[in-house]
Structure formats: structure tokens, C-alpha cells
Design a protein around this ligand. Structure first.
Ligand code: CA
Ligand code: CA
Length: 230
């Protein structure tokens, strides 16, 4: 066939010469070319994370790694005193954050959170105002290196005497979505959430509070079930 004979008779127009390092040079050139194409966006503002500090455990300095507290097998509570500070993108204190964060202790379980500012309890939730909050937190079933987490889930529990925005049968954030109430609107963390808007999902975690690891006997427990069901 004419076309195939033409193709086979074609000669390369440029002689290929191997240059050591040419591939690397090409990559660098491509990188520089890519680096010159920069899109400048809006600066990141507002709180981006939380600094979570555990200052006292049962009224004493937190235990260090060489002298851990005994493993807690869930038969009593321990009280942690914590401070939360919202931080901006430069890891500097951010006083603009106002919202409720949800606390967790890992591993272990939170029994009670008492807000030092109000003396109130609200499940595992803690109100952060002006970027700060302090609380006494009762924990149990903690063992090994244990840490406190704080997350902004956009959860604002409604007062018990009022119907929450996530249960009122209306779309309270029409600018964001067309969805109504829990569980349809993903901004509703729970049915008693008083905002249909979602949280920032900013999170922070404390350094470790040192407890000993439980023995196998403690893990198995002395009754029908383990004291560490989770
Ligand atoms: Ca609603
Ligand atoms: Ca909605």
C-alpha cells in the first residue's frame, strides 16, 4: 500500500542524541514553568484548629511517661482540668471563634463536662467564647497514653424548653441547601441541634496524659463482660 510504504520510507527529521541528565533538566524546566503559574486566593482567616491543654489530673500535675497513673478500668472517674484555645492559620490565638465544641477522650469515655465559665453541663459539649474555654471533665476507662480531642461539629444544643432548628419542620438555611431538619440536612448533628448549618470541623488534640496499660486480667474483667467494651 502506498501509505504504508510512505510511512516506512519516512526519515526522522531530527536526530535524537542522548544527553546525560537531559531528563532531569527537562523536569526542572517543567517545574519552573509550572511554578510560574500561581493563583492567589483569599487569605485563610478565622480559627483553624484548637490548642487543647490538660493542666491538672485529679488536682495534680498530669502524670509523665515514667510515672503513669494506674490504668482506669471504668470503676471510677478521674477529673481533668482542660483549657481550649482557638488558633488561626499562623497558630496564633484567635478571639473571633464562638461556638460549641464536642469533646472526646481517646481511649476512654467522658462522663461529664462542667463548663468553668457557667458551671453548667451540656453532655460532651463545651461552649467556646472569644476563642477560649476551660472545663472540668470527668473521664473513665482511660489507659495508656490518653488524649483529649475537641471538634467543632456545628452542634449547638437547643434549650430543653424550645423546639430545635433541626426539628422544627422548616428549612432554616435556605441560602445553603433545600434540606429540612435532622437527619436530612447534613448540617444537623442531632435532632436537638439548633443550627442547620454545618460546623467548621476544626479539631485539636492534647498531648498525652500517661496511664499504665491494663493487665490481661483487667481487660478480661472480673464479671461477665470486659470493662473496656469499646
Ligand atoms: Ca429546621
Ligand atoms: Ca437546611
Amino acid at each position: 500500500m502506498k501509505r504504508s510504504s510512505e510511512m516506512t520510507s519516512e526519515k526522522p527529521l531530527v536526530r535524537r542524541t542522548f544527553i546525560p541528565g537531559a531528563g532531569v533538566l527537562a523536569l526542572v524546566a517543567a517545574s519552573l514553568a509550572g511554578g510560574s503559574c500561581i493563583t492567589v486566593g483569599e487569605p485563610v482567616s478565622g480559627a483553624q484548629t484548637f490548642r487543647v491543654t490538660v493542666s491538672k489530673v485529679n488536682g495534680n500535675d498530669p502524670p509523665v511517661v515514667d510515672t503513669p497513673l494506674p490504668a482506669n478500668i471504668g470503676d471510677h472517674n478521674e477529673t481533668w482540668e482542660i483549657q481550649i484555645q482557638a488558633l488561626n492559620a499562623d497558630a496564633q490565638p484567635d478571639s473571633t471563634f464562638n461556638g460549641t465544641v464536642r469533646l472526646s477522650v481517646v481511649p476512654g469515655a467522658i462522663v461529664k463536662v462542667v463548663d468553668d465559665a457557667s458551671g453548667q453541663t451540656n453532655g460532651r459539649n463545651l461552649l467556646v467564647q472569644g476563642g477560649v474555654a476551660t472545663a472540668h471533665v470527668d473521664v473513665t476507662a482511660v489507659y495508656g497514653p490518653t488524649r483529649m480531642w475537641a471538634e467543632d461539629l456545628g452542634y449547638l444544643p437547643a434549650p430543653p424548653d424550645r423546639v430545635a432548628a433541626c426539628s422544627n419542620g422548616k428549612n432554616d438555611d435556605p441560602d445553603d441547601d433545600q434540606l429540612v431538619d435532622y437527619p436530612n440536612d447534613p448540617g444537623c448533628a442531632f435532632a436537638n441541634d439548633d443550627t442547620e448549618t454545618g460546623g467548621s470541623y476544626n479539631a485539636g488534640v492534647s498531648g498525652p496524659v500517661h496511664y499504665a496499660l491494663p493487665t490481661i486480667r483487667q481487660i478480661q474483667g472480673v464479671g461477665a463482660t470486659t470493662p473496656f467494651p469499646y
